[in-house]
Design a protein around this ligand. Structure first.
Ligand SMILES: NC(=O)c1ccc[n+]([C@@H]2O[C@H](COP(=O)([O-])OP(=O)(O)OC[C@H]3O[C@@H](n4cnc5c(N)ncnc54)[C@H](O)[C@@H]3O)[C@@H](O)[C@H]2O)c1
Length: 286
């Protein structure tokens, strides 16, 4: 068992993957999530993935059992209980600045002075999140990619206030999870979300203009660029609500018209069709 204690806040699409890689790397990992069924859902996904890895012989059954033991029973909806003795907290709650601000304020009250706070936000300024705490030098962006266990890269975001010591500690921690890092400066959407959401928004605008169907846009882009999945498949995987939130933040912060979310997407969010996680997005997932 790795000596450091990690707490992951939020057990949705991303939190679930982050918990899995932390436990697999041997960290004593606690999970704090809302009392909305997300803990059980997340644990179910981890159990399935770990069993699959064991069946394929990528890990031994003994290791698989250890990992499953380590995740079960470490979940709570009480932030104090889950985070009070953590060395590193990774926040992966909704992409909603008010929710994140409250979580960071409370974490600052609860956690020891040395605790580093990483945010998995796709776009919000890390400087703003750091500024609600009394330890802005220890707040940093740790932007994991989806699906977390499979994607090798993590974008590390250094705010105006993040110390070099924290950057180094975050990079070492992420390396211990088997991830490669690139450090970028704090600007809405960073590098990855800014590039990806621009492409995804453009695909939806093409659909609105009647250029081609969802299936055909995905097909031609996959065939032409050797992409593993098309933009609509990716939109459903990421969550349409997340993509709209990212686009809105970049648009509101910069005024760049090209980041204004396509109407079809905002309507889908209002209708609750946010992608794979709810069984309906641009495709259906019965
Ligand atoms: N989905 C992606 O592909 C992706 C990729 C990179 C980064 N992100 C970012 O990761 C974060 C999480 O995204 P997601 O897709 O996992 O969202 P999600 O909606 O799937 O999950 C959010 C989770 O946060 C929990 N939560 C909400 N408020 C909480 C609170 N106050 N305390 C504890 N738990 C709380 C919910 O119960 C849920 O489990 C967002 O900031 C998002 O922008 C998402």
């Amino acid at each position: 068992m790795n000596k450091k204690k990690v707490c992951v806040v939020g057990m949705g699409v991303m939190g679930t993957g982050i918990v899995q890689v932390c436990v697999q790397a041997g960290y004593d990992t606690s999970v704090v999530t809302k009392d909305d069924g997300s803990l059980e859902r997340g644990l179910g996904i981890i159990r399935k993935d770990i069993s699959r890895l064991a069946k394929k012989g990528r890990i031994t059954q003994e290791d698989a059992d250890k990992i499953l033991d380590a995740v079960s029973g470490n979940g709570t909806s009480n932030l104090k209980e889950g985070a009070k003795d953590a060395d590193i907290v990774i926040e992966a709650v909704y992409e909603d600045m008010d929710v994140k601000r409250e979580v960071f304020k409370e974490l600052d009250r609860i956690c020891p002075e040395h605790t580093i706070f990483g945010s998995n936000t796709s776009t919000f300024p890390i400087t703003t999140l750091g500024a609600v705490t009394k330890r802005p030098d220890k707040v940093i962006g740790m932007h994991f990619m989806n699906p977390v266990p499979l994607m090798p890269g993590v974008e590390v975001i250094k705010s105006l206030l993040t110390s070099e010591e924290t950057v180094k500690a975050a990079q070492e921690f992420l390396k211990s999870l088997g991830k490669e890092t690139v450090v970028v400066n704090d600007y809405p959407g960073f590098v990855t979300s800014r590039m990806m959401c621009l492409i995804l928004n453009e695909a939806v605008k093409m659909l609105e203009r009647g250029l081609a169907t969802v299936e055909d846009i995905d097909k031609i882009l996959k065939l032409s660029f050797n992409w593993p999945q098309g933009p609509f498949q990716l939109l459903d995987l990421i969550g349409i609500d997340i993509v709209v939130a990212v686009l809105n933040t970049i648009y509101n912060e910069t005024g760049w018209e090209r980041f204004k979310p396509a109407v079809r997407m905002t309507q889908m969010v209002e209708a609750g069709w946010t992608g794979r996680k709810v069984g309906k997005g641009f495709y259906d997932y019965p």
